[in-house]
Design a protein around this ligand. Structure first.
Ligand SMILES: Nc1ncnc2c1ncn2[C@@H]1O[C@H](COP(=O)(O)OP(=O)(O)OP(=O)(O)O)[C@@H](O)[C@H]1O
Ligand SMILES: [Mg+2]
Length: 273
């Protein structure tokens, strides 16, 4: 497969420049303020599977630039929420907006803003790592040079593996490739459903560094579903804890009274609802 030489346009952060209204203050540079906008708005979302309620009137918001930790015990509804927000399945009722677009009605607009690493990611095992990313760059209609693909692979710690067939990669390596794939369209909002699955401690640290870098340098908002509370403490500025399809706690990590572990166990123990 031949890899092209075109460039991906670099992503720019939204900035709001306010005019200087004071008379005679021409020399003072106008203040530049980052616009605090909600990139995800979820209102009263309900999803039932054959009568079983997976999401029970879910409400939460995520601000642009957040690394948002989405926690909850097995079966709480995390994957269901991500699948709805990424347009894989539809909710029964309620509203979900991404970047001001309705995820059910303005799917194409939403797809331009997002990408995701799902809970179980499928791979085309016969492709090389490089071919796999090239293939997805074509699907997303983004211009990507070989150099950029190599940089993406390096960013997830797969340098030297670019010409390896996916079949020969370990589980953790495939997970890293999945993250590289999810970055191919330079998403403003990245959904990760348990991305540290199958990663060794070094791999987890690499992914932390990569996500922190993406967030700081490019302003990428990260929606992270995980069971690893250590990762949450290290990475996330905000969390929401889900139980039986409802948010039971939410807030800024720094302002939480108590440890993430205590809050998680207190708010998800039987009878806490
Ligand atoms: N396709 C499906 N058909 C029927 N029930 C489903 C389906 N997908 C999920 N469910 C049910 O919906 C509820 C929420 O599941 P979901 O996968 O969203 O939970 P989760 O929080 O991601 O759990 P985990 O931590 O185990 O990944 C569970 O009770 C699950 O059994
Ligand atoms: Mg899940």
């Amino acid at each position: 497969m031949e890899i092209g030489k075109e460039k991906i346009p670099t992503m720019t952060m939204k900035m709001e420049v306010k005019g200087n209204e004071q008379e005679g203050a021409e020399d003072v540079p106008p203040p530049i303020k980052r616009r605090l906008t909600m990139i995800i708005e979820v209102k009263d979302l309900v999803k039932k599977y054959d009568g079983h309620t997976a999401l029970d009137g879910l409400n939460f918001n995520v601000e642009e630039g957040d690394i948002f930790g989405f926690l909850g015990p097995n079966g709480a509804g995390k994957t269901t929420t991500i699948r709805i927000l990424t347009g894989i399945i539809r909710a029964d009722s309620g509203q979900a907006m991404i970047g001001g677009h309705d995820v059910f009605r303005e799917t194409m607009e939403v797809k331009k803003l997002i990408n995701a690493l799902p809970e179980s990611n499928g791979y085309y095992e016969w492709m090389t790592a490089c071919e796999y990313l090239w293939f997805f760059s074509k699907l997303y209609v983004v211009r990507t040079s070989r150099q950029e693909i190599l940089m993406l692979l390096e960013g997830v710690g797969l340098n030297g593996r670019e010409n390896h067939v996916i079949h020969s990669l370990s589980r953790g390596m495939k997970q890293r490739l999945g993250i590289a794939r999810a970055l191919i369209n330079r998403p403003k909002l990245l959904f990760l459903d348990e991305p540290a699955n199958g990663l060794d401690p070094g791999g987890r640290r690499d992914i932390h560094d990569l996500l922190t870098d993406l967030n700081r340098k490019h302003g990428t908002t990260i929606f992270l579903s995980t069971h690893l509370l250590d990762d949450v403490k290290r990475l996330c500025n905000k969390i929401a804890i889900l139980n039986y399809g409802k948010i039971v706690r939410a807030g800024e990590v720094e302002r939480l009274k108590g440890t993430v572990e205590d809050i998680f166990f207190m708010s998800t123990k039987e009878g806490a609802l």
